[in-house]
Design a protein around this ligand. Structure first.
Ligand code: FAD
Ligand code: FES
Length: 275
């Protein structure tokens, strides 16, 4: 295992690339000796594609998976397009891990309610994999996941087959509108959360997705009487350095890259509403 300087990119090799949706691909990458670094669920890495540039992405694999790192990347601009254009065997730069990660110790013994939308499943999947690998330490697991259409759901075989087959686990999928190839739930993620009427006792809710989804999920959880310290979310600010130096990502005194991106709602309620 490398204990490399997190500020210096290391070379990593793309092992394989899977097209998840029309605009999201998952890359499996490996350093020279396996994992380029240790990490916690919810942490991120800066990935560079010379000479295009670098961008930050959540590590979507679980730290319990020791042979590679996985990233699910939505094509939105220059770096993500360059990553989509790679082929297995090509090299990228990678530095990290960055951010605080999810408080896995504080979640021990609790029931977990995961609420994800679209590419927002990426950081949640790392924690979900970690909890499955340490199953006895966590209570019942509920996963609510949605996307615009069936084609936009990522990790299709995991969400439809592997995760529902896990012990004491319930998976609820939804898409925004009716589609001919979809017989499951139709509706936005926040209203599905309300409809499912989860009770807050003994639970922690962890949510990640587009800002508009998070806004209404937080409202739904409040109406279901989850307290702000039972709700955990991740923020997606623009970032450059990833280490609290450039001032690109701060909200008041807090640097999202260093102090986050994972925050409880109780912590966010203490910050200026600049995010
Ligand atoms: C903590 C964190 C974790 C992330 N995890 C993932 C992930 O797992 N998968 C993933 O696909 N993306 C993730 N992102 C978003 C990702 O970093 C950006 O999409 C990426 O920087 C885009 O780089 P680019 O060069 O392709 O796009 P650019 O060419 O830089 O930009 C393309 C367009 O996207 C906009 N944009 C770029 N970055 C952001 C941003 N952070 N917020 C809002 N708009 C932005 C630009 O304004 C522009 O309109 C994460 C971001 C953060 C901060
Ligand atoms: S990204 Fe530079 S301070 Fe956070």
């Amino acid at each position: 295992m490398s204990s490399a300087n997190p500020l210096v990119p290391q070379k990593a090799t793309v092992l394989d690339i899977t097209a998840e949706t029309p605009d999201i691909k998952t890359l499996r990458v490996s350093g020279k000796d396996g994992l380029p670094f240790d990490f916690k669920p919810g942490q991120c890495a800066m990935i560079s594609v010379p000479p295009v540039g670098e961008a930050i992405f959540s590590i979507t694999s679980s730290p319990t998976c020791r042979d590679c790192l996985e990233f699910s990347i939505k094509e939105v601009g220059s770096v993500s397009s360059a990553l989509h254009a790679l082929n297995p065997g090509q090299q990228i730069g990678i530095r990290g891990p960055y951010g605080n990660g999810f408080p896995v110790e504080q979640m021990r013994g609790k029931d977990l309610l995961f609420i994800g939308g679209g590419i927002g499943l990426a950081p949640l999947r790392s924690l979900i994999g970690y909890c499955f690998a340490n199953r006895v330490e966590y209570g019942h697991i509920d996963i609510v996941y949605g996307a615009r259409s069936p084609a936009d759901l990522i990790r299709k075989s995991e969400i439809r087959e592997d995760w529902p087959a896990q012990p004491d686990t319930s998976v609820y999928l939804t898409v925004d509108a009716e589609f001919p190839d979809w017989s499951g739930h139709v509706g936005f993620v926040p209203s599905y959360v309300s409809e499912l009427a989860f009770t807050p006792e003994g639970k922690v809710a962890i949510t990640c997705g587009p800002p508009i989804m998070i806004k209404f999920v937080l409202k739904a959880l409040d109406e279901l009487r989850f307290s702000p310290d039972q709700v955990i979310t991740t923020l997606e600010m623009r970032m450059k350095c990833g280490v609290g130096k450039c001032g690109r990502c701060n909200i008041g005194p807090v640097y999202v890259c260093k102090d986050g991106p994972v925050f409880t709602l109780a912590e966010l309620n203490e910050l200026p509403a600049e995010y």
